[in-house]
Design a protein around this ligand. Structure first.
Ligand code: NAG
Ligand code: NAG
Ligand code: NAG
Ligand code: NAG
Ligand code: NAG
Ligand code: NAG
Length: 385
């Protein structure tokens, strides 16, 4: 959820648009919105959320999102209503940089009875950033802030490769199915998305002075590098490297060319460390990435900031969730909405299924969700503001 400097410059050029009255801005020329009906509408989550992160635990969904002290919401289903049950922090993050009161892109996982929330502290357009972690054994009670585990720009370890060339934002989490080794994926416009192994206690990077880092995505030749918001999931033998590609934010100041706004893309690999390739065989390190979810119907704009909730079998499909802008509501980050779709896999490639729960129509039985064992959900848990 980051704008590089070049985009900031472009925004400066577009700045006179901000002088337009709100009504005029709300009625942009329709050609900037994709009207395709090939991509299904979302199920509406009925909560504003930018970079949502959702876990399933003891028959409830818990939603974490970027905001003051990282707000936490709870619902018995993905469509809400969502009840605010508290925040991760009682006060500002102990990380002394960026906006300490408003962390971004939380990714929460649960392991052996402890919840770990990986969060970002930064400022828009800056790579003086950090990924921190907080833990608790009870979601709705006090979390312990352990502070930064990766610094870029300034701070301990920021001189270590690859932190020198990357931006410590938008963490996601994956466990190797065979070895049990946990990895943190992170990064954005500065040299795109990277992966580092975590120590066994999940509170630091393994071998932190010389981490065994792997680059996951890279867009050659273009500047800035428009990929961020990593996610990683596992399904039937493949690891899926997900990310958001394009311009995330600030559309109230002007729109990019159609297709240059956020879209949700993926590549896969049998090895958690990659290399990842898309459906056409293009490597994510060469700018590849199959578009799974993008602007659609002229009403859903710039979906991204995604995560995947793992199902367990055909009757409990994986859920892709994300934020999107509703073109008839507005374009600020605060107006971003939670959306979600079940995923079907065709030849091992995930495809979103249309929005059963976006209307009052009752769901076909295949989509009813029996209670999940959270432990099965653990394996691929996740994401990013
Ligand atoms: C979803 O869960 C909420 C409580 O979290 C409840 O109020 C609502 O009725 C549920 N909706 C459906 C369709 O079950
Ligand atoms: C979808 O809606 C049905 C009822 O309309 C509800 O029972 C079910 O829990 C919903 N599924 C999710 C994932 O919210
Ligand atoms: C941090 O974010 C909050 C909420 O958006 C904002 O009110 C505050 O001014 C920000 N602080 C800094 C230092 O940018
Ligand atoms: C926290 O959640 C537990 C389990 O749902 C509940 O029993 C308890 O009352 C909650 N505590 C607070 C302070 O909300
Ligand atoms: C799918 O998983 C659910 C929950 O784990 C289980 O109750 C159900 O029996 C499974 N169905 C099949 C066809 O394996
Ligand atoms: C967009 O907002 C309009 C007006 O509130 C609403 O009718 C429509 O269902 C929304 N569509 C989506 C995909 O959120």
């Amino acid at each position: 959820m980051h704008l590089p400097r070049l985009s900031s410059m472009l925004l400066a050029i577009a700045a006179p648009l901000t002088a337009m009255p709100a009504e005029a801005r709300a009625h942009r020329p329709p050609q900037v919105y994709d009207t395709t009906d090939k991509i299904p509408l979302p199920n509406q989550g009925n909560i504003p959320a930018h970079d949502p992160n959702i876990i399933f635990f003891e028959d409830n969904y818990y939603l974490f999102k970027g905001g003051i002290h990282i707000p936490i919401f709870k619902s018995a289903n993905m469509s809400g209503p969502w009840e605010k049950i508290g925040t991760v922090f009682d006060s500002d993050s102990i990380i002394d940089k960026g906006n300490r009161s408003r962390p971004w892109a939380p990714t929460t996982i649960q392991k052996d009875g402890t919840f770990y929330c990986y969060y970002t502290v930064s400022l828009p357009g800056s790579h003086d950033s950090a990924i921190g972690v907080a833990t608790t054994t009870t979601i709705n009670s006090t979390w312990v802030d352990h502070g930064a585990i990766i610094n870029t720009g300034t701070g301990p370890g920021s001189d270590v490769h690859p932190y020198t060339i990357t931006n410590a934002i938008d963490a996601s989490f994956i466990t190797d199915q065979e070895s049990g080794q946990a990895y943190l994926n992170y990064g954005s416009f500065w040299h795109d998305i990277w992966q580092v192994p975590l120590s066994d206690d999940l509170l630091s990077v393994k071998n932190k002075d010389s981490p065994d880092a792997k680059q996951l995505t890279f867009v050659p030749r273009v500047k800035p590098k428009p990929e961020e918001g990593s996610w990683m999931s596992y399904h039937e033998g493949y690891y899926y490297a997900w990310f958001s590609h394009g311009k995330c934010c600030h559309f109230q100041n002007g729109f990019p060319k159609r297709g240059k706004e956020y879209s949700i893309r993926v590549g896969r690999s049998k090895d958690v460390r990659g290399p990842f390739s898309d459906k056409d065989g293009h490597r994510l390190l060469d700018g590849g990435g199959t578009v799974v979810y993008a602007s659609n119907h002229g009403s859903v704009y710039a979906p991204g900031g995604l995560g995947v909730l793992p199902g367990s079998n055909d009757s409990t499909p994986d859920i892709l969730y994300y934020h999107y802008l509703n073109t008839s509501i507005g374009f600020t980050n605060g107006q971003a909405q939670l959306g979600w779709n079940y995923l079907e896999y065709k030849d091992g490639w995930p495809e979103p299924v249309g929005g059963q729960n976006s209307t009052s129509a009752s769901s076909p039985s295949i989509y009813t969700l029996p209670s999940w064992n959270f432990v099965t959900a653990l394996i691929g848990l996740w994401l990013y503001i």
